[in-house]
Every structure is written in C-alpha cells, then in structure tokens.
Ligand binder design. Sequence first.
Ligand code: 5RP
Length: 236
Amino acid sequence: MPADLNPIDNAKFVAARRAVDFVEDGMKLGLGTGSTAAWMVRSLAERVRDEGLRVTCVATSRRTAELAVGLGLDVRTLDEVKWLDLTIDGADEFDTHLNLIKGGGAALLQEKIVATASDQMIVIADAAKEVAQLGAFPLPVEVIPFGWRTTKALVEETLVSMDVIGREVTLRMTGDQPLRTDGQNHILDLHLNRIGNPRQLSLVLNQIPGVVENGLFIDICDTVVVGHPDGRVQVR
Ligand code: 5RP
C-alpha cells in the first residue's frame, strides 16, 4: 500500500486493488478514467509484472492510455479488440440499483462505449459515492461545439417539460476556455439536485440534436466494489 494516503485516496486504492482480483489471464479489459481508475491501472500493472498475467487493454481516455502504456500494459484500440471481457471504472455516484453518474473526468462517451462493449462492468468507488437517489453530483452531458448554446437551451426546455427540480445548466470550462473532451466536444453540467427517473431522463436527453451522450449509466454496471477510508472493502 502506498504510504501517506489520505482517507479518501485510501478508500479508492483498496477498492481498485480488490477489483483487480477479478482479472484473469487472457482477458480483454476496459480501463476507466479518473483517480480511482488510475489506482486500478497501477495495481493491474503490478499483477502483470509480478504474476506474468497476459491482458489486452482498451483505455477510455488519452490520459489513461498514457498511464497504462507507461506502466508497460498492452493497450489497443477498441476497433482492434472489438469486444471486452471486463471493464473496471470509477463513478461519481452510484445508487442501490447500481445505476451511475459518470463523466466528472469528462470521459463519459468513451467510458460508456467501452463499458457497453464489455461482458461485465465493475465500478470501483469510495463509500461517499453511494447515494439513495442520483443527482446531487451535476450530470455531465457531452455536446458537439456547433450550436452548443442552442443545444443548451433545448436541454433547459427539456428539464422544464420533465418537471425536474434543479434546472441550472453550465458549460464546463478549463481556465477561461470551454473544456474539450478527447472527442473535441464540450460538456454541459446539469445541476439537478435529484433525478426522479434516470432511465427516462437519459433517453430524452439523448434525443436532443447536438447531444452526443449523457453521464447516466443505466443497467450497465454489474458490480460495485466499495472502499472505505479504514481499508474495508465491500463487493455489491
Ligand atoms: C471520468 C469518470 C470518473 O470515473 C469519475 O469522475 C470518478 O473519478 P474519481 O475516481 O477521480 O473520483 O467518470 O469521466
């Protein structure tokens, strides 16, 4: 275990390390994005080095690909590999049905494509990410830059028509510039407080022209590995 981890990073680390136990020799793996997923990539690289495990990996972002390649993992494109056995990724929130909000790290599009191409998705999270109802974390929506203000207005109208309580929509920035995802798109963050019907909201958002994908992962995650600051781990 790395020395000097704060309690939250320790929770992320123990969840990530436990999830890597599910990896078997010969597997094709999806590698998630974020600080918890980065611990998973490091733990996986250790098993590959120490046990001679052979795995083929597809990364969900450029930064995960750089980390994984730097640690000696075999990273391919999804087009080369096509279908995966298992994806391990973090999340911003998960509920009791294992539905998720993802995209805090702006990688939701590739994350959803990779998770959907996988037989199994395991989410790794610290216990603070568990919620009774999704929505306290702003819901990321990836939109194409062309006409993003119009797309934002359509998203706002949709929220009004669906009687959603929180309706503030903000463009995610890096410094004074709109953030660009790996796909060169923008991210709108929807401040909703709580999401009554995540399945319906996800379907409706994806029908708006200009929306590429949203950060609700419904019926995609199979297992959540929850890490606690004191080092305990639960598998749900
Ligand atoms: C990136 C994600 C991440 O998995 C999510 O933001 C969790 O990040 P972290 O593990 O750093 O808390 O969805 O798009």
